[in-house]
Structures are given as C-alpha cells and as structure tokens.
Design a protein. Structure first.
Length: 179
C-alpha cells in the first residue's frame, strides 16, 4: 500500500507556510504585542488582524484507488501581517480584533465538520478543495460583514451582538474546536 501526501495551504492573507503564526486557542487571547507589522499609513483603520485557515490533507491509496484520507485544519493569526496604531489601541479595539480571529476559528470548525461528513471516494481530493474554497469565500464575506455592521467596532451595540452570536456559534461546534 502506498501513501500519497498532499499539503495545501491557503491563507486569506497571502502568507506562506514559513510566516510566523499563532494557532487559535480558546484559553489564549490576542494581545497588542502579537501585532508586529508596521501600521499602514494610508489606512483609516486603527488595527488590522491578518488571519486565515490553513488546510492540509493526506490520501492513502492502494494501486490507483483512494482508500482513506486524513485532514488538518487550523485557524491562524499572522503577527507579522497584523498591526495597530499604538496611540489608538484600546482594549475595546483589541476585543474587536480578537473577534476577527474567533470568526476564523468558527469557520475552521464548520470546515472540519464538513470534512468529517465526506466519504472516501475517488473524487475526495476535489471535494475537499471545493469545500475549502467555499469556506474561505464565506469566511471572507463574514469578516467584511462584521466590520460593516459594527463600523469597525464603533457601533457598540452591534459589536456586543456579534460577540454574543459568535460565542453561541462556537459553542454549538465545540466538538470541532482547534486543539
């Protein structure tokens, strides 16, 4: 029996596998010291969180037939692509940025759930790639919607609503959390 390994890395930030990253962990929250990039002087925002989902898979073959597969999925934060304005970096803004990372974890959990439902077949590699693309597209849209609805954390009521809703969704998918 021969094992073929395929590693796919897709990061919303355009990062590569050698970039410094932090994996989401429910007991570890972001701190301003994690934001190491130089602020973008041409940007009106106070902070930027670069995060994304990394995905890898391996398939086991027997002859030309796929007989098994395994996957890895991580929600990642990229310190060297994340920044904030020191004079404006408040605990409230940091909470907003943390929720961007939490949203990434939520979509990583949804992706793990979808992958678990896949059955071994000869098209499983393309099915996984399609799921990955779909999850990343949905994640990107959700991140934009979050910033739009909260006005980048300025709408305090909406910010609190998002925090509550994302926590509820994370709890619903707790069996799929990053370990």
């Amino acid at each position: 029996m021969k094992t073929l390994i395929f590693l796919l890395c897709f990061l919303l930030t355009g990062s590569n596998a050698t970039d410094e990253s932090l994996t989401w962990n429910e007991s570890v929250k972001l701190s301003w010291s994690d934001f190491k990039a130089k602020p973008d002087a041409n940007n009106d925002e106070v902070a930027l969180t670069a995060s994304g989902i990394t995905f890898g898979f391996a398939v086991k073959t027997s002859g030309n037939k796929i007989v098994d597969f395994s996957t890895t999925v991580y929600a990642q934060f990229y310190p060297t692509k994340s920044w904030y304005l020191k004079k404006k970096g408040t605990a409230h803004i940091l909470g907003h940025e943390q929720l961007h990372f939490d949203i990434t974890e939520l979509y990583a959990r949804q992706f793990r759930q979808q992958l678990l439902a896949l059955k071994v077949n000869q098209k499983v590699k393309s099915q996984m790639k399609k799921l990955h693309a779909s999850v990343n597209k949905a994640l990107n849209e959700e991140q934009k919607r979050y910033d739009l609805e909260t006005r980048h954390s300025m709408n305090l009521e909406k910010q609190k609503e998002w925090e509550t809703n994302i926590q509820k969704e994370l709890n619903k998918l707790k069996e799929f959390k990053s370990s």
